[in-house]
Write a protein that binds this ligand. Structure first.
Ligand code: HEC
Length: 127
């Protein structure tokens, strides 16, 4: 119990430090909680859209999820799980690194991958 409290305090301290030095940097703001009942589209809107775009076609902060680069044979679902849990060092583009996605459950990760794959099938890849 004591150990857990110490860990919690350390975590809070770290969060406070990150928040303090990031004034004006929205990346350090705590993410909006994902409702337990959220579907894949909602998880995407809350955790991915700010960089990959509401319409999946990218923003100034992240690439389009409809790029042919993300077709399943090149980037399989494990690539998605890994990107979300561990972040991604910039390598395909010049948008910078993808940070670890905070506050998302394994189940929500499966929902969001499913959503993106369905959208990729429906909208088609950009060539
Ligand atoms: C803060 C911005 C940001 C957020 C939020 C974000 N990404 Fe990314 N993502 C990036 C950037 C930038 C790259 C490109 C890195 C590169 O290849 O240069 C990327 C790359 C990826 C890749 C490719 C990984 C690889 O190995 O090449 C996947 C898959 C991905 N994102 C999925 C997601 C999903 C799903 C979410 C939401 C759960 C998400 N991203 C949220 C910025 C973001």
């Amino acid at each position: 119990m004591k150990r857990r409290l110490t860990t919690l305090l350390a975590t809070l301290g770290l969060a406070a430090t990150l928040a303090a030095c990031g004034s004006g940097d929205e990346a350090t703001a705590p993410p909006e909680p994902i409702p337990a009942s959220a579907d894949g589209a909602t998880v995407y809107a809350l955790r991915c859209a700010s960089c990959h775009g509401e319409d999946l076609r990218g923003t100034a902060k992240g690439p389009s999820q409809l790029s042919i680069v993300y077709e399943p044979n090149h980037h399989n679902d494990d690539t998605y799980r890994n990107a979300i849990r561990n972040g991604v060092a910039q390598h395909h583009w010049a948008y910078g690194n993808m940070p670890i996605v905070e506050d998302i459950t394994d189940q929500q990760i499966e929902l969001v991958i499913n959503y993106i794959r369905t959208q990729q099938q429906q909208l088609g890849f950009e060539r």
